[in-house]
Design a protein. Structure first.
Length: 212
């Protein structure tokens, strides 16, 4: 496992996240032994709705005064957040060109009850990789990884410009008549708008490293 690329866990990760992820093939490890981070992409994503950017956040039940590892972070079901998130996704993308093609595969994840956040994130990420045709299998790390190459991808506070490999390639979004283009939203935005072109769009948005 020490030679595998190691990625952080994201909830419906950003286009930037997936652009880096799909440069690999085979097995990729997802870091689960790092501390859970509040206000990060670990349990949060952004989609584009009729009123602009819309955050979706999964409630968790970690103790506030303890540093809980991601692998131990529990999903809270005190509120019907699954129905709320899916309703928001439908509202945002029902009229997109490819929503009908992918909705069933993604909705299935919202009909399952995942005890741990990592399992939900892994399930959704694997589903999306399969739908876009990326030959990648995700596994969990078995110990804390010293590989920090991609940890910035889970931090919405770090300016996108710091990632010199990634470039935003504009595409037509559902509410283009109402709102200016928003780049680097959740992968759902690209998937529902570009469909079968998603994988090549991701590949074109990244300047590949020579050693990959």
């Amino acid at each position: 496992m020490e030679n595998l690329p190691v990625f952080p866990s994201c909830y419906l990760g950003t286009i930037q996240y997936f652009a880096h992820l799909v440069q690999y093939s085979g097995t990729v490890a997802i870091e689960v032994h790092s501390p859970y981070q509040r206000k990060s992409y670990r349990n949060r994503c952004l989609i584009m709705g009729a009123n602009g950017k819309m955050p979706l956040s999964i409630p968790v039940t970690n103790h506030k005064n303890e540093k809980t590892l991601l692998k131990d972070t529990l999903v809270s079901y005190d509120t019907p957040w699954q129905k709320q998130h899916w309703r928001s996704i439908v509202s945002a993308y029902n009229s997109s060109p490819f929503f009908e093609y992918y909705k069933d595969a993604i909705e299935a994840s919202y009909q399952n009850t995942f005890e741990h956040l990592i399992d939900l994130n892994l399930d959704l990420t694997q589903v999306i990789l399969e739908e876009i045709g990326a030959d990648i299998e995700l596994i969990q790390t078995i110990e804390k990884s010293e590989n920090t190459q991609y940890r910035y991808l889970v931090n919405p506070k770090i300016p996108l410009a710091k990632d010199t490999q990634f470039k935003v390639i504009p595409y037509r979004q559902v509410f283009a008549e109402k709102h200016a283009f928003e780049g680097n939203l959740s992968i759902l935005d690209l998937l529902f708008n570009k469909g079968p072109e998603t994988l090549s769009w991701l590949e074109d948005s990244l300047n590949k490293c020579a050693d990959v």
